[in-house]
Design a protein around this ligand. Structure first.
Ligand SMILES: [Zn+2]
Length: 213
């Protein structure tokens, strides 16, 4: 396949992933719909397979001496190849679909970057933005996520803040979400909660070890 087409297809694919990543952080449910991205990726894979198929058929047909033979060999090769063209079965499609899963899981906090999994301290650094409540700046215990912008607050501190100021917008600096927060917008972030519990446990252990040394 031509290098130009190949690199254009790769660009399109990368673009799709980036769009999905943005949608996961800032988009609504419709924008987060993975099936749309998969459909587009299927088309990209189809174009790639078609291009490879045409190129192969062309190579075979080039051996023929007459235009009529060229034509029939070319069409015949394409037809035979058509039967096993299945974009969804390509390696690229599978890799893309795995990437989507990863992005979606890391956005929902179910997994942490794999390199930081073993080391509590590293995880903490990685998650620093998320583990402190933006209002009190204290480590959160019961985090809730604003479904409109994805920002996370400590449950009690956001509740208190709404009571003091009923027309409260997301208190995170630079947040583009202009809606007033109400409790219906807040969803428990159980994955982060678990993570916070794990950090607390690790730190207690370190603390106890230090004391007994
Ligand atoms: Zn926000």
């Amino acid at each position: 396949m031509g290098d130009f087409l190949q690199s254009e297809l790769e660009k399109a694919q990368q673009c799709l992933l980036e769009t999905y990543e943005l949608a996961e952080s800032y988009g609504d449910n419709e924008e987060k719909d993975k099936s749309k991205y998969l459909q587009l990726m299927e088309q990209i894979c189809q174009i790639r397979k078609d291009a490879i198929r045409n190129e192969d058929a062309l190579k075979v047909a080039m051996e023929e001496r007459t235009i009529a033979d060229f034509e029939s060999v070319f069409q015949g090769t394409i037809k035979r190849a058509e039967k096993n063209v299945q974009a969804k079965k390509t390696r690229e499609y599978k890799a893309f679909s795995d990437r989507l899963e990863d992005i979606s899981r890391s956005a929902s906090g179910e997994i942490l970057p794999s390199t930081t999994n073993k080391d509590g301290a590293l995880i903490e650094m990685d998650m620093q933005v998320n583990i402190n409540d933006p209002i009190t700046k204290k480590r959160m215990i019961d985090p809730v996520k604003n479904i409109n912008c994805g920002h996370i607050y400590e449950r009690t501190s956001i509740q208190d803040a709404i009571q003091i100021k009923p027309k409260l917008r997301c208190p995170v600096a630079g947040c583009g979400n202009n809606q007033y927060i109400n409790m219906a917008h807040l969803k428990s972030d159980n994955a982060l909660k678990l993570h916070l519990q794990r950090i607390a446990k690790t730190q207690t252990t370190i603390w106890c070890t230090t004391l007994t040394v």
